[in-house]
Design a binder for this molecule. Structure first.
Ligand code: C5P
Length: 408
């Protein structure tokens, strides 16, 4: 599946910090995501890690300072810089930050950075005191003002034994920021997409709730797919144990009624709503203030109906036209298409994603899904078994088409 990293030229500058070992993991992750990664090591980085480590994970040559003076030396830095879609320095030391802030160009890394005409992303790593030093802070500010994206540093254990701000953030997080940066100027740039995810929880008492098996995976994948197309994403989620896709604004909710409020607020001016959440249809009519005690006998629980969020959104849309495109999900255990079709009409949706939850490899908790897409215009498209990320990309592609049909 393609991501904004596919076929992108990324220069990964690596400078002399113990966090260099994490840079090898970053280079590997970038390469696995389809990027073409040219690594440039500073002299001191080569004391921590060898160029061959990077060459092995990127399948491409890794450069060192000596290459600046090699036979092709007079063009290496210009060539690297011009081909790049993104210049990353991770880890970046206080020394290299100072050099970049002042436009110094005395090494292959710094001269390439000066020659490059692309965004710059840096992930600082240094001891706490060095990071807090006014000189470092001033250099950081200069780089930020010039448009550099600064990721981290994180707080935690440092090589000196200090617990402070100075750790390079983890490679998966840097990868997320790179993905987000490279997705700018996508077809959904300037569009606001609201995604709901997870299974709502309806409290019985302070410790118990009525819930469902939704893992949130499909909704989170939809949020990532929308980010990959450049959208501004608001992810309204019931409790799940998943990392927030970098770039998404996450709104945590618990119950269906809380989700309704959050979705209503977010969709007031949104282009798209994708309701991937499994919303409880019923809640306990009363939530006990204190824990229900078994000594008092078997309780009977009366249920009350929850609002249907999509129906409420549909009412609002009739009045002010937002969200422009609404997508629902239909998890069905029988009569998949007929039930989904009925929901599409009843909830006034533009698209419904129907999945058969009785299938082993689709639906709750697993990483794959098998869905049929039904549109209000009458199109039906059966997708083969695919990852939830692929389903999400396919859904967002249909959304893109629907937005195109929706005249501005
Ligand atoms: O009616 P049903 O629950 O099968 O419809 C599923 C779709 O409706 C999903 O998109 C779900 O997020 C949404 N839904 C809702 N409010 C509810 C129940 C479901 O918006 N109370």
């Amino acid at each position: 599946m393609t991501t904004p990293l596919k076929d992108k030229h990324i220069i990964l500058g690596v400078t002399g910090s113990i966090a260099c070992y994490k840079a090898a993991d970053l280079a590997s992750k970038l390469t696995q995501a389809g990027a073409l990664v040219d690594v440039i090591l500073s002299e001191s980085a080569t004391r921590f890690i060898a160029p061959i480590t990077f060459q092995s994970v990127t399948g491409r040559r890794a450069y060192v300072d000596a290459d600046l003076w090699s036979g092709e030396g007079h063009v290496v830095h210009i060539g690297l810089g011009q081909a790049a879609d993104l210049f990353v320095v991770a880890p970046i030391t206080a020394n290299t930050m100072a050099k970049l802030a002042h436009g110094e160009a005395d090494t292959l890394l710094t001269v390439s950075a000066l020659a490059a005409d692309c965004p710059l992303l840096i992930a600082p790593a240094m001891d706490g005191g060095m990071f807090q030093h006014p000189a470092t802070q001033a250099n950081l500010e200069t780089l930020k003002q010039r448009g550099a994206v600064v990721v981290g540093p994180a707080a935690g254990h440092l090589a000196s034994g200090l617990k402070a701000l100075g750790r390079m953030v983890e490679p998966f997080e840097i990868l997320g920021h790179i993905r987000h940066l490279l997705a700018q100027d996508g077809p959904l740039t300037g569009r606001k997409v609201v995604v709901s995810a997870g299974g709502t929880q309806e409290a019985l008492d302070p410790v118990r709730f009525i819930g469902n098996h939704s893992s949130g995976k499909q909704g989170f994948a939809i949020a990532q797919a929308a980010l990959d197309l450049g959208a501004e994403v608001i992810l309204v989620t019931a409790p799940v144990s998943l990392e927030t896709p970098i770039g998404a604004a996450r709104v945590d909710v618990t119950s269906a009624r809380e989700m309704l409020d959050a979705v209503r607020a977010a969709t007031d001016d949104a282009d798209v709503l994708v309701m991937a959440a499994a919303v409880a249809d019923f809640r306990p009519a009363q939530t006990a203030e204190q824990k229900i005690k078994k000594e008092k006998g078997v309780p009977s629980v009366e249920l009350a109906r929850n609002p249907d969020i999509l129906l409420e959104v549909a009412k609002h849309k009739q009045k002010n036209g937002f969200p422009k495109v609404t997508v629902g999900f239909a998890a069905e255990s029988e009569n998949l298409r007929a039930n989904a079709q009925a929901k599409l009409a009843k909830k006034n949706l533009d698209l419904i994603v129907a999945n058969d939850i009785s299938a082993q490899d689709a639906g709750f908790a697993v990483d794959t899904n098998r869905v049929v897409l039904l549109s209000a215009a009458g199109n039906q498209e059966e997708l083969p078994l695919m990852s939830k990320a692929e389903v999400a990309a396919a859904v967002m592609l249909r959304v893109l088409q629907l937005l195109g049909d929706h005249h501005e």
